[in-house]
Design a binder for this molecule. Structure first.
Ligand code: CTP
Length: 398
């Protein structure tokens, strides 16, 4: 999977920097080309010469050094790479990357690159557990960075706990998995729906719901990062559409969503319905603003079409249909019933009563249930990380 891949390795100043030497060696054995960028602090732990010899390429440390190292002058590392890996990643580099600070070669390259970035944190366990570090890791993950979690054990400082750099073999395996999965989604058309629909009552009022669109946008972003041709159909949302989409279709009502989705689904291989579609809409929409009086006001609601059910009825062979189920009780039972009723291949179920799950949160806590009976319990993590888990499952067979 790594044959011919170009990996940019950032090495930062931690005691685990010596393990990065083995990472380079394993990457090269797997067929990858590696170029190393070190921070100044990293050179206190391992010399530039070691990385130059082991990678077979010049090593960059200082942004302002003359470019005589390079065979091709002014080669842009940021553009050259297929993926960037920071190992070990100190708390400091992740804080800088989260904030977009660019004050040396590595941070500047990380800011300039558009390729997938992997961070393999390594530090003292208190530093790792510190809310600042955890927040920075979440920011990076939310933006699509891949975090290779540290192991737990005895650390160089004598403490015990999480913070040990993941084993070099695990780090290389994470990259291998990424390329394997990424290639499998390349060119595949993926249709994602996101956010809630709004159903007008009169020209100024509507019935809506709390869906922010975050889960659907994270799914669209992840699919695009894996090379899919992504069409995102979204109800109103405050979010910026992710970059790299093939098409972004903005809709308001369930009827509009239905029309766009049925049209796009005809040519889509994977359809993921993360949108919170209103089940009912006002039966008649007042042409003028409804004026108040002293009486009660009743609004008659009529049923909206169930878009997902319709997609299930029309499903083509080989098409993969994924629904969402937000429940407050009997999670597994209700979710499975929805999967059957709507002829889905997968359903992503979440208990919206759990803290950190459901609407308008940055994180979620879900079960990915497949038609063949498999259940993956996904612990609380960012919606972008959940999106990754979903695509790891939902990939079509080769
Ligand atoms: N869905 C849809 N069209 C609708 C309603 C829902 O496509 N009119 C999709 C949602 O996008 C989601 C799934 O169906 O993927 C949710 O299933 P549903 O049974 O509608 O869930 P709820 O609306 O929560 O239903 P209930 O009130 O029965 O729990």
């Amino acid at each position: 999977m790594l044959q011919g891949k170009k990996i940019l390795l950032g090495v930062t100043g931690g005691i685990a920097a010596y393990k990065a030497v083995e990472v380079v060696s394993r990457l090269r054995k797997a067929g990858a080309e590696v170029r190393v960028v070190m921070t100044r602090e990293a050179t206190e732990f391992v010399t530039e010469l070691t990385f130059r010899e082991i990678s077979g390429n010049p090593v960059t440390v200082d942004m302002w050094a003359p470019v005589q190292h390079w065979n091709v002058a002014h080669i842009s590392l940021a553009e050259w790479a297929d993926a960037a890996l920071v190992a070990p990643a100190t708390a400091n580099i992740m804080a800088k990357a989260a904030l977009g600070i660019a004050d040396d070669m590595l941070t500047t390259t990380l800011l300039a690159t558009t390729v997938p970035v992997f961070f393999a944190p390594a530090m003292n366990s208190n530093m790792y557990a510190h809310p600042a570090t955890q927040k920075n890791i979440n920011i990076l993950a939310e933006r699509g960075a891949h975090i290779i979690p540290p192991g737990t054990g005895k650390l160089a400082c004598g403490a015990e706990g999480p913070g040990r750099l993941a084993e070099p073999a695990e780090i290389v395996a994470a990259l291998e998995r990424f390329f394997a999965e990424g290639d499998r989604l390349a060119g595949v058309k993926v249709l994602v729906t996101a956010a809630g629909t709004i159903e007008p009552i009169d020209p100024v009022r509507y019935i809506g719901n709390r869906s922010s669109g975050r889960m659907g946008y994270a799914l669209a972003e992840e699919a695009a990062a894996r090379g899919a041709e992504v069409v995102l159909v979204s109800g109103p949302s405050a979010l910026q559409p992710p970059t790299g989409l093939k098409k972004f279709i903005s809709v308001e009502t369930a009827a509009e969503m239905r029309e766009a989705v049925l049209r796009e689904a005809e040519t889509s291989r994977i359809v993921i319905k993360a949108a919170a579609v209103a089940d009912y809409r006002p039966k008649s929409v007042s042409e003028h603003k409804i004026k108040k009086n002293d009486e009660e006001l009743s609004i008659i609601l009529e049923k909206n079409p169930d878009i997902l059910k319709e997609l299930g009825q029309k499903k083509r062979p080989g098409q993969i249909l994924v629904g969402f189920a937000a429940e407050t009780q009997n999670l597994l039972q209700y979710a499975r019933e929805k999967m059957e009723k709507k002829n889905l291949d997968f359903i992503v179920a979440n208990d919206v009563t759990k803290p950190g799950a459901g609407f308008n949160t940055a994180t979620n806590l879900v079960k990915i249930i497949s038609r063949d009976g498999g259940i993956e319990d996904v612990p609380m993590m960012t919606k972008r990380e959940i999106a990754k888990r979903i695509f790891d499952r939902v990939l079509p067979e080769q």
